[in-house]
Design a protein around this ligand. Structure first.
Ligand code: UGA
Length: 438
């Protein structure tokens, strides 16, 4: 079993460290945030991720998982140092490299034995070389030797533990194939395909994968908008398309588009990387524009249905950028709420996990304790995030609570025909209006 240090205890770092410890390795999770480490030592999770708490508890109990703020302690006798720190967008849309550089410097300063540095953070192509350069500069190219391996992550928030344990593939890139092979051995037990390539190609695979998934969603949203104008149903169109093995059914759900901490930042960073090198990333630009427009489109739909937003009360269901997470980074719901407030509406909302984070971002947002309180005196309801608990609501009860009858189903989860029969004025995204159904 290997001795591993994972630097960064966000979604990626904490899930990676915990899962490696669950596979029997001896793992130390390191973060420079003292409060976070203190809380983790007390068993308090910094994030909501299904299944993670239990896995952390079990592995701490078994003595395989520990937490520290000290590089000297974390790197002691360690064979692998995984960098899994945040890379938010900087002002230019490029990935902010501050934390990766800080981690590389700290590793360089505390290097006392041979080590493999594995980068899991999503970083601009070429960063693996930069990490090596930083460490070499600090140590004057003197031993101990080290290697850098890129190991992009493909974890989805909300199913990160499962994604780690059953990956579609593990991608490893390095200038040192032997080092990549040693990292491959760590993943061997998962019995998934392992691809070994060069450092820059591995870094690019991550960006290209996220950009492609974002492109699929923007594509289906563009089709949804065309469906809407032609009276076709995008859900059926996606189903029909997805049956073609060359296309496949995943990531073809039309709606309010993509948000979160990954797609927006990564598509932007890829476009930026292209632009600074003189390329013209016109498809990526369109993918981002379509995504931004979906949010405005939903607000315009609401405005038209109500004949104006000024003085209206809008109930919003769901605030996190997708279900099963408390993450509100670039959440469509929050952008939509800002637009509604700017057009004079009052907004009351409920989310199972993301209420406090949303309130911090939008102090004028009014929070409610459940979907029925959200419906109370609302002129319209807008579904922004498709949490399971919103899928089968008691709409008769909702009807008695609401002042108006407009429903915008931003994720196409409800049956428009049923709601129409109950007296609602239902609008989906790219689906025919129920009253036009035979
Ligand atoms: C995404 C990728 O799916 C992961 O493979 C990757 O590792 C991760 O980014 C990352 O780079 O760290 P994540 O952001 O957690 O994962 O969420 P997704 O499940 O991919 O959803 C992203 C957004 O797309 C959400 O806002 C979701 O609502 C939206 N979406 C997804 C759609 O609008 N339609 C779909 O059909 C699918």
């Amino acid at each position: 079993m290997a001795k591993i240090c994972v630097i960064g205890t966000g979604y990626v770092g904490l899930v990676t460290g915990t899962c490696f410890s669950d596979m029997g390795h001896d793992v130390t999770c390191l973060d420079i945030d003292e409060t976070r480490i203190e809380q983790l030592k007390q068993g308090i999770m910094p994030i909501y991720e299904p299944g993670l708490q239990q896995l952390v508890d079990q592995n701490v109990e078994a003595g395989r998982l520990t937490f520290t703020t000290s590089y000297a302690e974390g790197l002691q006798n360690t064979e692998f140092a995984f960098i899994a720190v945040g890379t938010p967008s900087d002002a230019d849309g490029d990935a902010e490299m501050k934390y990766v550089k800080m981690a590389a410097e700290s590793i360089g300063r505390n290097l006392s034995h041979e080590i493999i540095i594995v980068n899991k953070s999503t970083v601009p192509v070429g960063t693996g070389d930069l990490v090596a350069e930083i460490i070499n500069d600090l140590n004057g190219h003197q031993p101990p030797p080290f290697s850098v391996v890129s190991n992009p992550e493909f974890l989805r928030e909300g199913s990160a533990v499962n994604d780690f344990m059953s990956p579609d593939r593990v991608v490893l890139g390095s200038t040192n194939p032997e080092a990549a092979k040693k990292v491959a051995d760590l993943y061997e037990a998962l019995r998934s395909p392992i691809m070994i390539t060069d450092l820059r190609t591995a870094e690019m695979i991550k960006y290209a994968s996220n950009a492609f998934l974002a492109t699929r969603i923007s594509f289906i949203n563009e089709i949804a908008n065309i469906c809407e104008s032609l009276g076709a149903d995008v859900r059926e169109v996606a189903r029909g398309m997805g049956m073609d093995k060359r296309i496949g059914p995943a990531f073809l759900d039309a709606g309010l588009g993509w948000g979160g901490s990954c797609f927006p930042k990564d598509v932007q960073a890829l476009a930026h990387m292209a632009e600074v090198r003189g390329a013209h990333p016109q498809l990526l630009q369109a993918v981002m524009d379509i995504n931004c427009n979906q949010r405005i489109r939903a607000v315009n739909k609401l405005e038209n249905a109500l004949g104006g937003l000024d003085g209206r009360t809008i109930g919003v269901l769901g605030l996190s950028f997708k279900p099963n997470t408390d993450d509100t980074r670039d959440a469509p719901a929050l952008d939509i709420i800002r637009l509604l407030l700017a057009r004079g509406a009052t907004v009351q909302a409920f989310d199972p996990q993301a209420m406090q984070a949303s309130k911090r971002e939008i102090p004028d947002l009014q929070l409610r304790q459940n979907p029925y309180e959200v419906a109370q005196d609302a002129d319209a309801l807008l579904l922004a995030t498709e949490w399971n608990e919103f899928k089968s609501l008691d709409f008769e009860r909702i009807k008695t609570k609401m002042r108006g009858n407009v429903i915008i189903d931003g994720r196409n989860i409800w049956d428009g025909g049923d709601l129409h029969d109950l007296g609602f004025d239902y609008y989906g995204m790219g689906v025919p209006r129920p009253d036009s159904k035979k």
